[in-house]
Each structure stands twice: as C-alpha cells, then as structure tokens.
Design a protein around this ligand. Structure first.
Ligand code: ATP
Ligand code: MG
Length: 557
C-alpha cells in the first residue's frame, strides 16, 4: 500500500517532493501559500493554493497560510479577511498555522543585525534614484556605494536609529553587501530595509517605521516556519540566488528550497492586482466580487464551484513554460461540474403570454418532472400546468429563419414535460406590439408522441399564475480581446456587453424555496445561481455559464 493517493498529474514539483521523501531528506513536507494582502485572490492564486495545499494533502504534509505583509501602504484588513474566506471556500484548511510575516519583524531585525556584524550588510545614505543609478545595467557592472565600507559599529548605531524613527523616508536603507558587479542584478547590494514613517500597519500598528523587503523577508519567514519546499512563480527565478544567500548568511533555523513554476495567464482576463484594483476603483466593475472578475469572490458569486476551480487547476498542470490558458477550458470545466450537480428548472427570461384557449379555466395539473435527466437520485418536483403560460419571446417567430423549429403562427411545438400546442392567433396591442399568443393543445400528448405527425421543437414554459418574478443577470466575458490591453489600452478592450440585466423574468414556482447560493440549470438557457444578495425581495439569479460555448460564433457574426 502506498502512503499517498495517486496523483492525477505527477508534475516536476511532485517528483522532486517524492524524491526528497524517498531519500529521507525530509520526513514530512511543509509548504505555504504566501499572499500579500493588497487585493482579493484571483484564479492565478487558486493555481498556487491548489498546488501548495494540494501537495501537502497528497503527501500528508502541512501547508501554512502566511500573509506577506511588509508593505503597509497597500495592505489592509479587508483583504486579510477576504483572502482567508476565499482559501477556505476553495476547500483548504491551514489549521492553526495562520501567520503574518509581520509577526517576524523582531526576528528579522535580529537577522539583519547578524548580517551587519558579519560585515554583510551596511546602512546606505544614497537616495532611491542614486541607488538605481549606481546599480549599472545588464551589460554594465554597478558602482560601489560610498557608504559600503562603514564599520559594523557605525552601521549598527545607524540601523538602530533608523528603527527609532530618527531619519526621514528614503534617506537611508540597509543593503546587503554582496557584489555590485554580479551578472545577477538582484545580487548588486540589494536593499533589505526601507524607512516608512507615519503609516499604520494593519497588524503592527505604528510599532515599526522600518520595513523589510520581500527578498529578505520571504526566505527567512520560510525558514522560521520550517517550510521545506517554497513554491513560487517564475519571475522569482532570478531571485533564488539571493533567497539562498540570505538563508546561508544568517543563523536560519532551516533551509527551505525555492522551486519556481509558471504563472497562470487566462485569456480574456487580467490577473495583475494592480489592474484588478484599477477596474474596481474606477468603477468598471461593481466591486471585487463582481461576477465578471477572475477573483475567487467574483467566481463564487458567478456560481463557479470550488470543485470546478480545483479541477481546472489540476488540468492546466504545473510546468516551467509560460502559457496562456483558454477561457473555454475554464468554462467547460465549470459546465461539466454543473451538468452533473445542478438540478433542472424552467425559467422564462423574456416572457410572452400564451393562452391555451381549449384548456379549462379552472384546471390545474401538477406534473411530476425529474430534477435531472441522467440522475434519478436527484428526484422529482411538481410543476404546475394551467391555461395561461409564459414562453420565451425568442421561441416564437412570425418570420422564422430557415431551420427554426420553435413556435410559428399555425405551427406546433412541444412544451417541455407537457403538451404539444398549436399557435392559433397572434394578439397585438394598438401600437402593434406582440402581447399574447392564443393556442390550442393536444390533450393526448402528455408524455406521448403526437399521432400521425412529427413535432420537432421543444420549448420551456412556466404557468403564469404560479411563476415567480425574478431578475436575471447575464454575464459574459469582461474583455473582448484574448489578451486585454495588448495594444496598450486596457479599457478599450472592455466588452460593452459583459452584463445584461433582465427584469421581469418568470421562473417556475419551485424556485421560490431556493436558498441563496443554490445553483440550477435553467433548461435551454444555461447554469444560474441564486445571488446571495437580494434586491428588495425579488429573486435574483446570475448566469454562471451558458450551456454551450458560443463565444467564437458570436464574435464572428
Ligand atoms: P501581483 O503580481 O498581481 O501583485 P502577486 O503574485 O504579487 O500578484 P501575491 O499575493 O504575492 O500576488 O501572490 C501570492 C502567491 O500566489 C505567490 O506565491 C504568487 O507566486 C502566486 N501567484 C500569484 N499570481 C499567480 C498566477 N497568475 N499564477 C500562479 N500563481 C500566482
Ligand atoms: Mg507578490
């Protein structure tokens, strides 16, 4: 018996871990997910979450949630809370291992003092611009800072004063003393600490005015937590020598290994927190949980399931090569998941009244209708049929295009789960607006084929007296370009039709009992979720995804 469940994809990181366990390098693996609380999590983060928490689960190891909170300007509690909610919703549990890099500020300070004592760090008085100018370029070596050879005593004294708030922002930094001529720019005496006075940190308040940089904080936080495999995205590959340098030069309690993988890029969406923040703050979407955003909170409101998101993250795999994943892969994964689990309902989004003239006025039939065509365990529900119904306007046409199989004047159509009806008369108001169809029905067609003729079309409907009014929001892709902003202007690529709100929809009676967050397939329309937020008591549904991928077709027409 193997200790671990078989993995669907044994990617290169999986194999490294397997080998480290087999060789006895580690008895137990320990990973972490390290978000910066400066925005909401998105589907790219989900890839990292599924990787880190997933590996820990598979190999019976541990995974920490650690906030990488070293930049108080852009971080806040709202983000800290939203991130925890989202990781939990995705199905992961960090147990009692919720950490903040800011918890380590005192220890990190100690490590910095250690570097100063070893003459491996110095206080530098160059301004940020000067530091940049001294750094050199990819082809030219940098120049040593004139402050590089300060004595450890002077450096210690200045560093303490920096901590005490004696110097203004930007006037001094603590820098590692490595090599200004290194071909790796990250090793050209990188800044380890900067001064930020007068900002309130969401965890440490005003206790600190000295903040450690990511490249110093991250490896040491990993080491302090006993992380064995520190998984990050490819842009940190060039930082790995610095990651290792920091750990080697101080008395770090453990030696984590950084391994990089490629980030997720998804068509028709943006993933950078800077751009997402802009879309939210400038009002191009309605908040971080707008169902059009690729945020976890947005996808939750959109109706995506955690399972679908996890499946998607498994399917895209883990590699080292940059790639752009098709939006249709995500949407198909969601469809597949919802197809299996979403009970079917009928909902008429653009109602047109239908009067069945030969159906008795006082009659009402409760039809037993299966909740799922392929899964009997999902049971049945009663759907009321009566003389006055609603069908969708799109299911009726007076000038039908070729191949139109739905209702036309004088033609027949089957009402899903009910009778075959014939359109006898079209009623218009004085302005010529279509208001109602007068129809007849064939009473012998309930659950039976009609005699002596073929009726091809099947349409959905609701009983007018029993239906519930509802608002339905049809969401589509937020951007119409596969790589938004590729031509320089992100906003020009926004899809003007990304949201269509339909008011006055009529949905079947059974939906009155639905609880917020429930998901359904509206027959022939797509998958929908009952929004967590109601608008004045009206049922409000969000379309998660259409039944089929019609994007390419719609773009061509
Ligand atoms: P941004 O560049 O937009 O600021 P970030 O990568 O800095 O995003 P963090 O909060 O630091 O955001 O990310 C936390 C973790 O999630 C990191 O380990 C990061 O590598 C990973 N991550 C972020 N975006 C992606 C992505 N698109 N694909 C895979 N992993 C990602
Ligand atoms: Mg980051």
């Amino acid at each position: 018996m193997s200790q671990t469940a078989p993995s669907p994809n044994r990617h290169f990181i999986y194999q490294i871990i397997e080998a480290d366990l087999a060789s006895g390098k580690h008895e137990r693996i320990h990973t972490r997910f390290p978000p910066e609380p400066n925005g909401y999590l998105h589907i790219g983060h989900a890839k990292s979450i599924v990787l880190n928490f997933g590996l820990a689960q598979e190999f019976r190891g541990l995974c920490n949630l650690r906030f990488d909170d070293t930049n108080p300007h852009k971080e806040n509690r709202e983000y800290v809370e939203a991130i925890q909610r989202d990781v939990r919703w995705l199905g992961y549990d960090w147990g009692d291992r919720l950490y903040f890099a800011s918890d380590y500020f005192e220890q990190l300070y100690g490590f910095a003092v250690e570097l100063i004592r070893k003459e491996l760090a110095y206080v530098c008085d160059l301004s940020p611009e000067e530091i940049r100018a001294y750094r050199g370029t990819l082809t030219e070596p940098g120049k040593n800072s004139p402050y590089r050879n300060r004595s450890p005593e002077e450096n210690l004294r200045l560093f303490q004063q920096m901590r005490a708030g004696a110097f203004p922002d930007g006037s001094r930094t603590l820098r590692a003393k490595i090599d200004m001529a290194s071909p790796n720019m990250n090793l050209r005496d990188p800044v380890l600490y900067r001064i930020k006075r007068g900002v309130v940190h969401h965890q440490t308040g005003t206790e600190w005015c000295l903040y450690p940089m990511y490249d110093f904080t991250h490896p040491l936080s990993d080491a302090l937590e006993g992380i064995t495999h520190s998984l990050c995205t490819l842009e940190f590959e060039d930082h790995r020598p610095l990651y290792d340098w920091v750990i080697e030069q101080v008395s770090a309690p453990s030696r984590p290994r950084q391994i990089e993988f490629s980030r997720l890029n998804l068509q028709y969406s943006v993933m950078s927190k800077r751009l997402l923040t802009r879309l939210v703050e400038e009002g191009h979407v309605q908040g971080w949980d707008d169902p059009r955003l690729p945020t976890i909170a947005g996808m939750r409101r959109r109706g995506y399931t955690p399972e679908a998101i996890r499946n998607f993250c498994q399917r895209i795999g883990i590699t080292k090569s940059d790639n752009l994943v098709e939006m249709s892969l995500l949407e198909n994964t969601v469809r597949e998941d919802l197809d299996a689990r979403a009970p079917r309902r009928m909902a008429v989004l653009r109602p047109l009244r239908v009067l069945i003239e030969d159906y008795p006025e006082d009659r009402e039939e409760w039809l037993q209708v299966p909740n799922h065509p392929k899964d009997a365990r999902m049971g049945h529900r009663a759907v009321p049929f009566s003389r006055c119904l609603y069908i969708d306007r799109k299911d009726f046409s007076e000038q039908p295009p070729p191949g139109f199989k739905r209702l036309v004047p004088g033609g027949e159509v089957r009402l899903r789960h009910a009778y075959v009806i014939r359109c006898e008369q079209v009623i218009r108001d004085e302005t010529g607006q279509l208001v109602e169809l007068r129809c007849s029905h064939d009473p012998d067609t309930l659950g039976k084929k009609p005699q002596g003729r073929k009726v091809k079309g099947v349409i959905h409907w609701v009983s007018a007296a029993h239906a519930q009014p509802a608002t339905v929001r049809l969401y589509d892709r937020l951007f119409r370009a596969p790589i938004p902003g590729a031509d320089g202007d992100l906003l020009a690529d926004l899809n003007p039709d990304s949201l269509e709100v339909l008011q006055g929809c009529q949905v079947e009676a059974a939906l009155a009992q639905a609880t917020p967050g429930s998901r359904f397939q509206f027959e022939r329309e797509g998958y929908f979720i009952l929004d967590e937020r109601t608008e004045g008591g009206t049922l409000c549904f969000n379309r998660t995804v259409s039944l089929r991928d019609t994007w390419e077709k719609r773009q061509q027409s």
